[in-house]
Design a protein around this ligand. Sequence first.
Ligand SMILES: *Cc1c(COP(=O)(O)O)cnc(C)c1O
Length: 408
Amino acid sequence: MGEYRLRCVSDRSVQPAYSLACPHDNSLLRTDYQARQIEPKSLPGIWRFLDWLPVQGIIAKAEGAPLTYKSRGLAKELGLENLYISFNGYWPERGAKNPTCSFKDLEAAPTMQRLLERGDNPTLVVASAGNTARAFAHVSSLTGQPLLLFVPEKALDRMWTTSIAKGVEQVTLMAVQGDYYDAIQIAEKVQSLPGFAAEGGARNIARRDGMGCVMLDAALNLARMPEHYFQAVGSGTGGISAWEAALRLRADGRFGSLLPRLHLAQNLPNAPIYCAWKGLEAESPCSDMFDDVLFNRKPPYAIPGGVKDALQETRGEVYGITDQQAAAAKKLFEQSEEIDILNAPAIAVAALEQAARSGSIEAKDIILLNITGGGLARIKEEHTLHRLMPQITVSHWEPAVQFLEGKR
Ligand SMILES: *Cc1c(COP(=O)(O)O)cnc(C)c1O
């Protein structure tokens, strides 16, 4: 299980196990698993898909997983006959128990397990607009692995955990004055120091293959791949992951030969992937967004194995969604499916609505809608959410490094 080699997408050259980059160009690395066919294991959460995860062991308590179910309410509203929802959040009545309410839980667990297997116990450095940092903090509370988080000040209210009253001892949280991209730049400086490891973002294969479980769970439930995949994206990593999972499912042979079309959605006006795909001039960033989780100034777009390749190979489409459309879609989803969702997935719901109304998808098509986060209101009914407080606020990397040196 989990036997694999790492290859550059551009030239298929095999690279060392923990590389994040290719030597000759800026290609993504991709996992090439020994198991051509997937055999689900009787293990908790996404560990069921161990054949296609880049780990040998599991974190048994990290039991977040996608929930795939056939929609009735939203399907009826949109006139769709085969709408499936992949719910990635907290909805225990249906069996969804993602501990931090988003599909970042699927990325954090395999990444931390893989780091554990590396053996040298480095401090993992993560820059995040909030949801990723929260998911990693949760796994760290289960495993005790050291973690250093850089989160924009504006996103600090997303930093909560259900597990520990006083915060997590091995987690250092630094608030960043600036946006997500500023946080990434500070993290890049710090992660080059000895004893620290870069998480890698879209370049991290454990993150992508963890997210790919959304597609695997759907295909195993439907006994085939869907024809369409809808997701709200910032970096587009989830889109790349869905495409890569579909490539593996196609090679497996039992799930069909047609790759699902990627329908990726961004929130206007901060929509660089939308602009690049449509050949539009990117608008100057606007600081108020329906969901700033979805803003990444430098998405992995035009690199080998990146978002553009994923869109081209799947005959994909990108949607630009306004705040008003997203707000209406959020209401429609919550009323018709009877569970609360985060703002980001409402952008995907709005894109699905647009595609259904414009006729670019048909009533009978088999559709997978990735609800990338939800159940926050639901989790509050039975858990206290404890705030994680930053130990320091920084605006550039020097004070961050000084602070870490002072702690040694
Ligand atoms: C991170 C995130 C996204 C976007 O993910 P990509 O990395 O762009 O695929 C969408 N929704 C939620 C809730 C997220 O946390």
